[in-house]
Ligand binder design. Structure first.
Ligand code: NAD
Length: 246
């Protein structure tokens, strides 16, 4: 139980990587505040040590209120895992300003708002962590992915910049950079592709020739959220089957 007694807020917790992270963190003893804008049919049940909030991470007021409620319900905050994100694959000339602002809003402004709201509680913890889910696209472009790449490149540099700012207060801040992971985000991308089989082949074109699983990314987030990574801050951990060699 390497997170016993820890109190951690996870965004994007209704699906994919965030959902797997929530399950692993619970199994490792953390109390968790689970945040998503859409719980679908899941998340209705109550459980000890699990609090759920419906919140759009792009809204300043909703984020401030949700982080305050999580801090109150958990009795403090020792960590954040920013997993909420959206994807957009379009050629530049088709990316509307609303598309652009939508992607930047969820993937970059969202983590900024959550981190900013949580910083006083994280500093008070004295031994806190932030993990931002970036992407292989933080380092390496792929075709028709400019808004997403800009958002994830920005999130990686935001991660490093606040790691520098918060180190003296005992807050470690790191990024995990997944390759292609088998989640509903990728299912939707395959379904939208003009040639789904070609899209799957392209998505699996890493050294290991397969998708990653959400649980494999959750384990990296767990490492970065635990004392096992006590001298790690400002780092980008690639978990991508050898896609980027970062
Ligand atoms: P997913 O679509 O399965 O889950 C994303 C979750 O974020 C959903 O539950 C969704 O409701 C929530 N969300 C979206 N916008 C939100 C908002 N404005 N406010 C609150 N919640 C919101 O996707 P996933 O694959 O699990 O992705 C998780 C993270 O991992 C994202 O940041 C994504 O960019 C990143 N990532 C995914 C992959 C991949 O291949 N799946 C690769 C690299 C990075």
């Amino acid at each position: 139980m390497i997170l016993a007694g820890r109190k951690i807020l996870i965004t994007g917790a209704a699906s994919g990587i965030g959902r797997a992270t929530a399950a692993l963190f619970r199994a490792e003893g953390a109390a968790v505040a689970l945040v998503d804008r859409d719980w679908g049919s899941g998340g209705a049940g109550e459980e000890d040590g699990v609090f759920r909030y419906t919140c759009d991470v792009t809204g300043e007021d909703s984020v401030n209120e949700t982080v305050a409620a999580a801090e109150r319900d958990l009795g403090g905050l020792d960590g954040i895992a920013n997993c909420a994100g959206i994807s957009l694959r379009k050629p530049l000339e088709d990316i509307s300003l609303a598309d652009w602002n939508g992607v930047l809003g969820v993937n970059l402004t969202g983590p900024y708002l959550v981190c900013r709201a949580a910083v006083p509680a994280l500093k008070a913890s004295g031994k806190a962590t932030i993990v931002n889910v970036c992407s292989g696209a933080s380092f390496r472009p792929t075709y028709h992915f400019s808004a997403y790449c800009a958002s994830k490149g920005g999130l990686l540099m935001f991660t490093r910049a606040i790691a520098f700012d918060l180190a003296a207060d005992g807050v470690r801040v790191n990024a995990v950079c997944p390759g292609v992971i088998d989640t509903p985000m990728i299912e939707r991308a395959v379904a939208r592709a003009p040639d789904p089989d070609a899209a799957i082949a392209r998505f699996k074109a890493n050294a290991m020739q397969r998708y990653g699983t959400p649980e494999e990314i959750a384990k990296v987030i767990l490492f970065l959220s635990s004392d096992a990574s006590s001298f790690v801050t400002g780092s980008a951990y690639s978990a991508d089957g050898g896609l980027t060699y970062h």
